[in-house]
Design a protein. Structure first.
Length: 276
């Protein structure tokens, strides 16, 4: 019986490299190609059918008109980004301890869950003017609206993750006389990491939506305010430019959360690539 030598180290390292190339293909190259094709199709349709710019401007017109007021657009983008990040951070600070409390006590969960659902059943556009009256015409109402939009899916995801621990591990920790805090930090939270980041991805996307909704009602700066004023003066290409910037902002922030999960928690079960 012959014994075959192990393949060289370089050959054994090829599969991970191929997986990295496949991940880059699926996550970067293909979306960019699809986006470029969409814009080319959009441009061609506007030129071929002579669609008026006040109805559907071509991407080239959107670029020209938006860049003509580039510094103004940058200021509005910074204002929206600030609101999004403040609302997102506050929603995390509220959601994590609230989810821990809900999972620690069934009685508290039964009492609080209806109020959580109630906060989501109220249309935020209807609530925003009331918050302006209560809190003033500053940035606080916009942050509150952003938090109300973003925190609910985060609470539900974290609570689901904390309750997803196998019962055997909980019984083992209690048999070892582990404290509630130790059980939370060493068992429940590590198991909840995929759920937490799933909630963060949804929350950061909804935070962009919440910030824009708030800016429609009460703002003197921001991309939502820019869209409102642009459409009022029939500067439709600028409004489309602001809309595209909002889309890019949402995608970039979403991908930052994805990268953070892969860097700090590479063992997370949600770190999978389609087709890998």
């Amino acid at each position: 019986m012959s014994v075959q030598a192990a393949p060289p180290l370089e050959e054994r390292q090829k599969p991970p490299r191929r997986r990295k190339k496949s991940a880059a293909l699926y996550e970067v190259v293909l979306p960019l190609i699809a986006t470029a094709c969409l814009f080319l199709l959009w441009e061609g349709a506007c030129r071929a059918f002579a669609i008026p710019g006040y109805l559907l401007p071509a991407p080239s017109d959107i670029w020209i008109d938006t860049m003509a007021i580039g510094s103004t657009v940058a200021g509005h983008t910074a204002a929206t980004f600030k609101t999004v990040m403040l609302g997102f951070v506050v929603s995390i600070l509220i959601s994590l301890p609230l989810a821990v409390i809900l999972t620690a006590s069934p009685a508290i969960a039964a009492a609080v869950y209806p109020f959580l659902v109630w906060t989501q059943s109220i249309p935020k556009v209807a609530l925003a003017p009331i918050l302006v009256v209560l809190l003033g015409t500053n940035e606080l109402p916009r942050i509150v609206i952003t938090v109300l939009v973003a925190f609910f899916p985060l609470v539900i995801s974290i609570a689901t993750g904390l309750l997803s621990v196998p019962p055997e591990l909980i019984e083992l920790s209690r048999a070892c006389r582990a404290s509630k805090l130790s059980e939370l930090l060493r068992i429940r939270l590590p198991y909840a990491i995929p759920f937490i980041f799933a909630g963060l991805k949804v929350a950061i996307s909804l935070a962009v939506v919440g910030a824009v909704v708030a800016e429609f009602v009460n703002a003197d700066a921001g991309l939502g305010f820019l869209i409102q004023t642009s459409t009022a003066f029939f500067k439709v290409p600028v409004a489309f430019g602001a809309l595209i910037i909002l889309s890019v902002m949402g995608v970039v922030l979403f991908q930052i959360v994805v990268v953070a999960e892969r860097v700090f928690f590479p063992w997370s079960s949600s770190n999978t690539t389609p087709g890998a």
